[in-house]
Design a protein around this ligand. Structure first.
Ligand code: ASP
Length: 338
């Protein structure tokens, strides 16, 4: 059992507790805004949230908080799904996807970026230093190197070993429902997770929202494959009037439904963060009922009042919450399928 699962066992609060969280007066009140607050996908979001909290607690900007926060996951070599140490594509190249969005609707993104350990910071630079939103592949690498980022070898021995194992069968069928305990994980190299993304949303002391999203995407993916995570509106969306949303899971389905934008627009119509996430996953079920049973997609949302919620297709999705009261909360997301 890897440390991640052990960690979940220790700190997780279940779905019942989620409702408890949702009804505590500070969160439920229409008057009181809970801020600052930062939330992020999966239990590895705890360490990332804590780094973001260092910024938020000093009255820093949500934008700086989310960048600092997700960099923790990017630097964590034990995490095979984000940053350096991420599993490579099927040809052995580690290619990273990331995006960032601020309270003014500014955004930046990189996709299929190789050799750079912190794609989120390159995405931020794309936002701040170019007239563009997205740079990909060689061009993104050139931009990063020209701006002082160091070239690095992102393929660490444990990930290379997992890839070598995968090459024995070369089965191109990404197993995305890996957290679901009913799923047979025996065939996976090292019995490890083969996908996941850190998506982070923060509301700062000034009442401004920002978000960041970063991943190595599907393990052993087709070369050139890009998922939802660097696509503004799919893997991440922020509207400072309303709230923010981010996603994890099979990126193709999130792109097809423009999932994070959908969640934010539903919140604009008055949906709670949880209800908006639920509606977004239900759209996937409605469009592809059979596929939906076989895959995982999870959405996470935060509104302007500091209220948050999530919904996933399958069990196993968790998210981390950090505010003044508690800096290491992990919540088990609600889900459609049992
Ligand atoms: N959404 C990511 C992708 O499709 C993977 C994940 O979050 O599980 O690349």
């Amino acid at each position: 059992m890897n440390s991640r699962r052990q960690f979940i066992k220790k700190t997780i609060v279940g779905a019942a507790a989620v409702s408890a969280v949702n009804v505590i007066p500070a969160v439920a009140s229409a008057q009181k805004v809970v801020k600052p607050i930062v939330i992020s996908t999966w239990d590895f979001g705890v360490a990332a949230n804590q780094a973001a909290w260092q910024v938020l607690n000093q009255k820093g900007k949500a934008l700086d908080a989310v960048e600092q926060g997700v960099k923790v996951a990017e630097a964590d070599l034990s995490n095979p799904t984000v940053g350096k140490g991420g599993y490579p594509d099927r040809d052995g190249h580690v290619t990273l996807d990331a995006c960032i969005m601020d309270e003014q609707g500014n955004c930046g993104s990189v996709a299929a970026l190789e050799h750079i350990a912190h794609p989120i910071s390159v995405a931020r630079l794309v936002m701040e230093k170019t007239p563009h939103v997205m740079l990909v592949g060689e061009g993104a690498l050139q931009f990063a190197l020209e701006n002082g980022f160091q070239r690095d070898n992102l393929l660490i021995p444990s990930s290379e070993k997992a890839w070598q194992e995968w090459l024995k069968e070369k089965q191109y069928k990404p197993i995305m429902n890996i957290e679901n305990k009913s799923f047979n994980t025996e065939r996976l190299p090292g019995n490890q997770y083969n996908h996941d993304t850190i998506g982070m949303l923060a509301l700062d002391a000034h009442g401004n929202l920002s978000g960041a999203c970063t991943t190595s995407g599907m393990a052993f993916k087709m070369r050139g494959r890009v998922g939802d995570s660097p696509i503004i509106g799919a893997g991440l969306y922020i509207d400072n009037e309303v709230g923010g949303a981010t996603s994890t899971g099979v990126g193709e389905e999130v792109i097809r439904t423009v999932g994070s934008f959908l969640v934010v627009e539903l919140m604009r119509q008055g949906y709670s963060p949880e209800a908006a996430c639920k509606e977004a996953v239900e759209r996937i079920v409605k469009k592809k009922p059979e596929t939906a049973k076989e895959i995982q997609v999870g959405f996470l949302a935060l509104n302007k009042k500091g209220e948050y919620g999530s919904y996933a297709l399958q069990s196993g999705f968790t998210y981390a919450v950090c505010d003044e009261q508690k800096q290491d909360l992990v919540i088990k997301g609600k889900h459609i399928f049992k």
